[in-house]
Design a protein around this ligand. Structure first.
Ligand SMILES: Cc1cc2nc3c(=O)[nH]c(=O)nc-3n(C[C@H](O)[C@H](O)[C@H](O)COP(=O)(O)OP(=O)(O)OC[C@H]3O[C@@H](n4cnc5c(N)ncnc54)[C@H](O)[C@@H]3O)c2cc1C
Length: 381
């Protein structure tokens, strides 16, 4: 299993998945057959997370091949991501509180043997140890494995979910503030309050095709308690009227600038922003940093091929730019944190149409959001 490092290759993966695997997706998606047999899900998340391909492009392509009814499950999953993003946008303190809690927990767990054994894959639970190895080697885990992993981490190894979420972000090619933080909160039972996700030996055996034996895990545990309730903030996601003539900033989650709703504007110059570990609270592994560098280079080359003036700069060089600039909104996460921490007031955000439209439906749970999926699909197809 190897992830590619260009938009062209990502589009080809999408096309192959639609052609060969999409029809069986809803039947097979929950099986984790192991890293050498991944065709039953799309494995597109590393590309979507970096904006190499986007949700609208994916939905349109799938509907070009199959009807909405045949496609519904896959489209729902693709839009889960948009939902988690919107949910966090409306409650950004969930992210800032998470980082704050993580800072304190890290100090307390620095020498904790259970924690160190877990991240080295040296626990007594074989499947968990295998997932640790797989995550570090392939920088990806199947969705079901992520759920089992998080459940074992929290309810069998009794480790704080915040440290598990950090471990994932450090090693996942698709590491994303919203999907990851909220995925871990969901397993712990604080996202849907009072409802945790408990992995069971039976479920793991069935959906891994009996690849693992002797799975001794805690199958009965109470959900973690939410320490705080978050109310929804008032925030406007409207775009400025005139977009031409200024610098445009592109972060590492929008690396297909030429695809966006803003592609036809005449920007003065495009700056692609690289954010390395010096400016991150969660330190990414070498594999992730290298992957990001390759994707950024691919974006730069594609812009150059179109004769668009573009260059890559480090995020801390943004402080030197004094003139007004636009930025494709980086969404809640470390890039946005940097801009806010440094009070870079000359930067105005522009938002994707799908986010502007969909985030209004993210005030409640996903089951409520699901009711609006046909509306979202109709608007963007
Ligand atoms: C604890 C935990 C942590 C997670 N962390 C991340 C993360 O950091 N980044 C990330 O992109 N996803 C995360 N997920 C969601 C999900 O596991 C991955 O998106 C999915 O496994 C990616 O594989 P795929 O592309 O083959 O998915 P497919 O099944 O092919 O789905 C297609 C696309 O839909 C989206 N999607 C599918 N399931 C989910 C989901 N549950 N939540 C949000 N979007 C989804 C993804 O963009 C995915 O690429 C996490 C889930 C859990 C339980």
């Amino acid at each position: 299993m190897k992830f590619k490092d260009s938009r062209a290759a990502a589009v080809e993966e999408l096309n192959q998945f639609i052609e060969n695997n999409l029809l069986e997706y809803s039947k097979l998606r929950n099986f984790d057959f192991g890293p050498q047999k991944r065709g039953n899900t799309s494995c597109l998340s590393p590309y979507i997370t970096h904006g190499l391909i986007d949700e609208v492009e994916i939905i349109k392509k799938t509907l070009g091949k199959f009807s909405f009814v045949k496609n519904e499950k896959f489209i729902q999953e693709v839009l889960w991501r948009v939902y988690w993003k919107g949910w966090l946008e409306l409650r950004p303190n969930v992210w800032t509180d998470y980082l704050e809690e993580l800072k304190n927990i890290k100090v307390n767990f620095k020498d904790n043997k259970d924690y160190l054994d877990a991240i080295e894959g040296k626990t007594s639970i074989e499947c968990f140890n295998e997932w640790v190895k797989e995550l570090k080697k392939f920088n990806y885990l199947h969705n079901h494995a992520r759920m089992w992993f998080a459940s074992i981490w929290i309810f069998t190894l009794n480790l704080p979910w915040q440290l598990g979420a950090e471990f994932f972000i450090k090693h996942l090619f698709d590491g994303d503030a919203a999907s990851n933080t909220l995925g871990w909160r969901w397993v712990a039972g604080i996202q849907t309050q009072g409802k945790n996700y408990l992995a069971t030996e039976w479920n793991i055996k069935k959906f891994t095709n009996n690849r693992f034996q002797n799975i001794k895990i805690n199958e009965v545990a109470a959900p973690k308690l939410a320490e705080k309730n978050y109310s929804i903030i008032e925030k406007s996601f409207t775009n400025p009227k005139l977009l031409d003539g200024k610098i445009l900033l592109v972060f590492d989650n929008s690396l297909s600038m030429e695809l966006t709703d803003f592609k036809d504007h005449n920007f003065k110059k495009i700056l692609i922003i690289s954010n390395k570990n010096e400016t991150r609270q969660i330190q990414l592994s070498e594999n992730i940093l290298n992957f990001k560098t390759l994707l950024i280079t691919d974006q730069l080359n594609r812009l150059k091929e179109k004769s668009i003036t573009a260059e890559v700069i480090k995020i801390n060089e943004l402080k030197n730019i004094k003139e007004p600039a636009y930025a494709l909104y980086p969404t809640v996460g470390e890039n946005l944190d940097y801009l806010q921490l440094n009070k870079l007031k000359n930067i105005e955000f522009i938002y994707r149409e799908i986010d502007q439209f969909s985030w209004q439906f993210c005030n409640k749970g996903f089951f409520n959001f699901k009711n609006y999926i046909p509306k979202i699909v109709t608007k963007f197809n």
